[in-house]
Design a protein around this ligand. Sequence first.
Ligand SMILES: NC(=O)c1ccc[n+]([C@@H]2O[C@H](COP(=O)([O-])OP(=O)(O)OC[C@H]3O[C@@H](n4cnc5c(N)ncnc54)[C@H](OP(=O)(O)O)[C@@H]3O)[C@@H](O)[C@H]2O)c1
Length: 258
Amino acid sequence: MTAAGRHVLITGASRGIGAALARVYAAPGVRLSLAGRDSGALEGVAAAARSAGAEVTAAVLDVRDAAAVAEWIDAADAERPLDLAVANAGVNRPDDPFGAAPDNLRLVLETNVLGAAHVVTACVPKMTARGRGQLGLMSSLAGITGFGGMASYGASKAAIRAYGQALRGELGRRGVKVSVICPGFVDTEMAAQVQGTRMGEWSAERAARFIAKGLAKNRGLIAFPPLEALGVRLLTVLPGVLMDPIGRGFRYRVDERG
Ligand SMILES: NC(=O)c1ccc[n+]([C@@H]2O[C@H](COP(=O)([O-])OP(=O)(O)OC[C@H]3O[C@@H](n4cnc5c(N)ncnc54)[C@H](OP(=O)(O)O)[C@@H]3O)[C@@H](O)[C@H]2O)c1
């Protein structure tokens, strides 16, 4: 899963799944470039990764800032060519079913879609020029089919899934691997915002190990937990008459972040 000499870049590494990924990849000889906005939390993750033997740089930045992301990635890649970039940073915010939350929709799309695209667009010219590299894009099972109460979030995750699946074909021909990651519920601060039945919730550590294995195998879609992933995919092929009542059963409420 880890190999000496690799350079792995992760956004949203200050907590949750991104921090767990940093712990999974941290090993002697590995270089980690980590980013988040909370400098204290990010430094804690970086310090733990250094203790595990990795060489780590930590950058405080907002993924919505394309110039900051590009500058960070240029500098990281100049230090050692990037082998893997995981565009993991993301947010969830409450929906208003009467459409009165356009600011939340904008924030979620700008962070989850544009923020990930900023990572991709900074990495692609470098990776394609070398004819090697790998991108992991964080979607969600909620990006495979929409769930009540998570319209904005689901829209952002469906967008990033389609974006990544399209890029996999385009970039694969040029030696760059692209994987779309679709977790179900993972026990993080983001999941704690979601009120409703969080079926089959995994720990962040388990999720990170599964993601790293999927990336190592260059899987196009890394979806989990397996049963929930299968269920969500089946929902997309059901006729509307069956899908509608089942879909109505999945209702969530997303709280504001404390
Ligand atoms: N947890 C789940 O159940 C679940 C399920 C499916 C998919 N996912 C996806 O997995 C990814 C990680 O989620 P998580 O559960 O680990 O959430 P989390 O614990 O809330 O962590 C989110 C990470 O994203 C960073 N982030 C958010 N907005 C940012 C911005 N504008 N600029 C830079 N960094 C930003 C946060 O950094 P700061 O806190 O430092 O700002 C934090 O490190 C997200 O894309 C999420 O949508 C999560």
